[in-house]
Design a protein around this ligand. Sequence first.
Ligand SMILES: Cc1ncc(COP(=O)(O)O)c(C=O)c1O
Length: 413
Amino acid sequence: MNPPRVLHPFAVPSRPTDQFLEIVRGEGCRIWDAEGRSYLDGTASLWYCAAGHGRREIIDGIAAQLAELEAYHTFARFTNPAEERLAELLIDELKPIPDARVLFTCGGSEAIDSAIKLVRAGHKAAGDGGRSVFLSRHYSYHGVMLGGTSAGGLPANRDPFGTLLPDFFQVGRDSLEAMSEAVDYYGPDRIAAIMAEPVIGAGGVFPPHDGYLQGLRELCDSCGALLVFDEVITGFGRLGSWFGSHHYDVTPDVTTFAKAITSGYQPLGGVVVGPRLREWLEADPSYLLAHGNTYGGHPTCCAAGVANIELMRAERLPERAAAAGARLRAGLDGLQGHPGVAEVRGEGLMQAIGLTEGLTAGPFTEALLARGVIGRGLPYANSVAFSPPLIISDEEVDELVAATAAVLDELAG
Ligand SMILES: Cc1ncc(COP(=O)(O)O)c(C=O)c1O
């Protein structure tokens, strides 16, 4: 059989048409395929569906905005009420960084590449244009555009694409010493920023060790670089706090976000620009920021963000994520000692089991799927990650753990 017309992302291009799973419906923490089989969405799609599927409040918010003003650009002097309201909610109420502003994009990768450009532009505007070096971490994932691919530390995502951008370097995931050596090696006055996911996601779900993020903050302060948190996964409640910056009590200069800001009901991402960077960009009234996307600040996407955040606040979803995360962790911890389990790691509702050598993540997630549960295989750490919607019930958490236990018995019993 031939491959389908669609060239699927992060997929084998030659995979035949009949091997794809057609998802047709979603409600709460469950989705259904075209054959009517249901699955527990143990990954909130790709980490993003915080509010769960089929939420009327978000759908109605989007429909109302479409009927009023479906789209209009926000370049130069143009703005719209949905964008303004979302910015107010984000900047004044949720406050990922105090006294910040926000640039909206269409997703996480655009947010990362925007952040890279804004950081460089800021240093240049401040008369410090020699700062071009970005330091990041092995096994980090910062999206798929050229900037984010150059910053990212997953070899398979870099190798096929030839020479990446100069002045991007990665160091060992956990080592402040390695980061500090890199600052000295590349030159403290050449470092534009250090970029990090508060909890490494696609690279295996690795929370920071105690003091790591604070150590990055101090390194940046000592060399004059900016600290960028990539909160595309950790933003909007997943760790049990609205942002990783709150959760770990470390304030970055720049935060990138996407995914759960709309729970995925519309594509949206962005860059939160903290006071240091915004002052550099605002200092000269004749300075033009020559950057932005056609759909940045798209009113329908922003209306989805507003409705989603209002729902998440009303239902206290970050607190629920903390409670559900604790239950999930306790369940997975109960599997420690099984011959298939090497390790359990995570934070909040972002948890993973590391598999022992005889098992591989791909077949493991296929076996889970056969039992009606979706998990995410993370091959670098030979791990299976669970990041369900933040609304997940206790019974659904238990179902997820029971399916994991059954697959462990099946494959490594
Ligand atoms: C930490 C992180 N940064 C950036 C991205 C890229 O976001 P997007 O896929 O929306 O472009 C992702 C996507 O999973 C991510 O996990």
